[in-house]
Ligand binder design. Structure first.
Ligand code: BJW
Ligand code: ZN
Length: 256
C-alpha cells in the first residue's frame, strides 16, 4: 500500500472504532525531547557513554546507587522540562471529543500522556515520579530536585521509615510489572476495536506481547513508527511517520 492509502485505511478503522487502545513506547516521547532507550540521539553529553540497559536494573542500583540515582535525577529533570506534543494532544482529543473510550497503555515512565489530558493511562513500567524505598517499599513523598548543573553521582534520599535508599517507582529488567495494571492493559487490548502501536521497538516483554494479544482477539493493529520493528509483520497498517505527525493527521480526520 502507498503511504496515502495506509492513512486512509487507518482513518477508516478509527472512524469505526468505539474502543481504542494506544500502546506507546519511548518513540512517543522522543519529539518532546526525551531520549529513547535504543537510540543514543538527544542524550546529554554526561550520559552518552552509558547504556541505559546497564543502569536500569536493581543490581546496578545495589552496586552503584549514586551513579544510578544521578541518572534518574537527570531524567526527572528532563521529564519536568518536557511538554506533551501534538501526538499526545491528539490522543487526548480522541478521548474528549467524540464517543470513544480511549485507553493508553504506556511503557513510558514519564507523565506526558497524563499532562496532555488522557484520563485512562496505564503505566505498565511504573512512573519516574513515584518514589519508594528500595528496602521496605514505603512511598517517599519528599520532593526531589535535580541539580541545576547535571552531575553524574548523587546520593539517593533515605527512607523516612527504615533509612533504606529511595528508588524511582519504575520497573527494572528482571522485576515484575504491576500485575493489576498489566492485566487491565491486556483486557483493554482484548476488548478493543482498534490498537494504535506507537513508538516502541517491540523487544521488551511482556509489553511487546500485547499486539499479539490484539491479533489473537481479531483486533486490528496500526503501527506508527518511522522504523520497521519485529512487530511490524503482525500489524494491519504501517504508518512510517513520526508520532506527532501521524496522530495529528488521524485525529484531525475523525474529529468533526
Ligand atoms: C519513533 C519516533 C517518533 C523513534 N515517532 N516512533 C520473553 C522473552 C524474552 C525475554 C523476556 C521475556 N519476558 C521477560 C523477559 C525479560 C525482559 C525482556 O523483555 N528482555 C528483552 C530485552 C529480551 N523483561 C523483563 O525483565 C520485564 N519483567 C518481567 O518480564 O518480569 C517477569 C520476570 C521476572 C524475573 C525473571 C523473568 C521474568 C521487565 C521489563 C522492564 C523494562 N524496563 C525498562 C526500563 C524502565 C525504567 C527506566 O525508564 O529506566 O523500560 S527497559 C526500557 O525498554 C524501558 C522501556 O519502557 C522499554 C521498551 O522500550 P521502548 O519503549 O520500545 O523504546 P525503544 O528505545 O526500544 O524504541 C523506541 C522506538 O521508537 C523505536 O522503534 C524507534 O524507531 C521509535 N521512534 N522516534 C514514532 N518520533
Ligand atoms: Zn524503607
Amino acid at each position: 500500500m502507498s503511504d496515502a492509502s495506509e492513512v486512509r485505511v487507518a482513518v477508516s478503522l478509527l472512524e469505526q472504532a468505539r474502543r481504542v487502545v494506544v500502546l506507546s513506547g519511548a518513540g512517543m516521547s522522543a519529539e518532546s525531547g526525551i531520549a529513547t532507550f535504543r537510540s543514543r540521539d538527544g542524550v546529554a553529553g554526561l550520559w552518552d557513554q552509558y547504556d541505559p540497559m546497564t543502569l536500569a536494573t536493581a543490581q546496578a542500583f545495589s552496586d552503584e546507587p549514586e551513579l544510578v540515582w544521578g541518572w534518574y535525577l537527570w531524567r526527572i529533570g528532563t521529564m519536568r522540562a518536557a511538554a506533551p506534543h501534538d501526538g499526545h494532544h491528539a490522543i487526548a482529543a480522541l478521548e474528549s471529543r467524540g464517543n470513544r473510550d480511549v485507553t493508553v497503555v504506556t511503557q513510558n515512565v514519564d507523565d506526558l500522556h497524563d499532562r496532555a489530558g488522557s484520563t485512562r493511562v496505564l503505566h505498565v513500567h511504573g512512573q519516574l515520579n513515584a518514589l519508594r524505598c528500595f528496602d521496605c517499599g514505603a512511598t517517599h513523598e519528599d520532593a526531589v530536585e535535580p541539580p541545576a548543573d547535571p552531575v553524574r553521582r548523587v546520593p539517593p534520599p533515605r527512607c523516612r521509615r527504615c533509612g533504606g535508599l529511595v528508588r524511582p517507582g519504575i520497573v527494572w529488567f528482571g522485576e515484575t510489572l504491576p500485575a493489576e495494571v498489566f492485566s487491565a492493559g491486556q483486557e483493554a487490548v482484548e476488548n478493543a476495536d482498534l490498537v494504535l502501536l506507537v513508538g516502541t521497538s517491540g523487544v521488551v516483554y511482556p509489553a511487546a506481547g500485547l499486539p499479539a494479544v490484539a491479533r489473537a482477539a481479531g483486533v486490528p493493529v496500526v503501527e506508527i513508527n518511522p522504523e520497521e520493528t519485529p512487530l511490524s509483520d503482525m500489524c494491519d497498517v504501517l504508518l512510517r511517520r513520526p508520532a506527532s505527525e501521524a496522530l495529528r493527521e488521524l485525529a484531525t480526520a475523525v474529529i468533526a
